[in-house]
Ligand binder design. Sequence first.
Ligand SMILES: NC(=O)c1ccc[n+]([C@@H]2O[C@H](COP(=O)([O-])OP(=O)(O)OC[C@H]3O[C@@H](n4cnc5c(N)ncnc54)[C@H](OP(=O)(O)O)[C@@H]3O)[C@@H](O)[C@H]2O)c1
Length: 328
Amino acid sequence: MRQLQLMAFGEPSDVIQLNTLPEPALGPEEVLVSMEAAPLNPSDFLLVRGVYAVRPPLPFSLGAEGVGRVKALGSKVDTALRGKRVVIVPNYEQGTWSDKVVVPARNIVPVADDTDPAQLAMIGINPATAYLLLHRYVSLMPGDWIGQTAANSAMGQYIIALARLAGVKTLNVVRRPEAAEQVRQFGGDRVVLQGDNLRHDIDEALGGKKLSLVLDFLGGSPAGDLARSLKPGGSIAVYAFQHGWPELSPEFLFNNLNLHGFWLGNWLRNAPRIEIQELYQKLADLVADGSLSAVVENVYPLDQFKEAIDRSLKSNRNGKVLLKLGAD
Ligand SMILES: NC(=O)c1ccc[n+]([C@@H]2O[C@H](COP(=O)([O-])OP(=O)(O)OC[C@H]3O[C@@H](n4cnc5c(N)ncnc54)[C@H](OP(=O)(O)O)[C@@H]3O)[C@@H](O)[C@H]2O)c1
């Protein structure tokens, strides 16, 4: 079977190799999944560069999430799973950028057969993170407002969709006018552009209302400007720090604001298995009924992985880049 493997930590275009490996033997509690699709995520490239929370021994099979079909079962696995389409729960135990993977049965969640596999392939990391960020820090009520940076990202799209389902309004910051238009089409309630006028534009967009929650992965002044508009006791949840931490003003103290860090890996490691299964089933149902999706820019076959990586690392993309894998 063919697998994209990391041969050394470094620049993604230099250190990822497509290798052909023998199919591993199936343990009693494992399944063989013939992969259909898997996304390339920013966290994959942090891992490749050796600056992620996970630094595995090499060579390492890449790809943390994806979707495929169960082709073979270990002796102790429920036979009802044979042939089922399944989402791989994100982890760094097996690489999903592969034609086939052997996975412990506890790391798969059966999903609908008639749903777009590209959308299902992406539910493991971003939608789960968006859902947890929206639910764990403040108790949001319909009509409440949240703010977010880089709102045209896949994360931003899922946050908007899940907020809308809960009746929560979104104030969205982007850095490009074209991205602002895209975010309006996603259903963002207000969209403002990064830049010198951001603080003023946030105030104008909110018209006197206050935010309950700010979700940020950029850091710096955009997140700081949003944080100034939080209600007393409101929360800032940081889920990556592209440019460091949010630039916080004295309001952080005077308004008793809360700053939280979130990494999905910790939740996946600590949450009960049933809670994890239930969340992925709920997200897969939302994908199936069309309420949850992210724009896909392009899907590349495995042997065009270099193009997929190059495109994925570019700014100003119109959506996610995925690998189409060799399901048979
Ligand atoms: N903590 C966790 O557990 C967790 C879970 C999921 C994701 N994440 C993190 O969330 C982030 C987003 O992931 P994603 O898959 O949604 O990414 P994505 O779809 O690839 O989007 C990347 C976004 O970043 C924006 N961006 C990049 N550099 C920027 C800059 N200098 N200033 C302003 N905007 C900038 C891009 O804007 P343009 O379109 O204008 O280029 C785009 O909106 C990643 O850092 C990822 O690692 C963390």
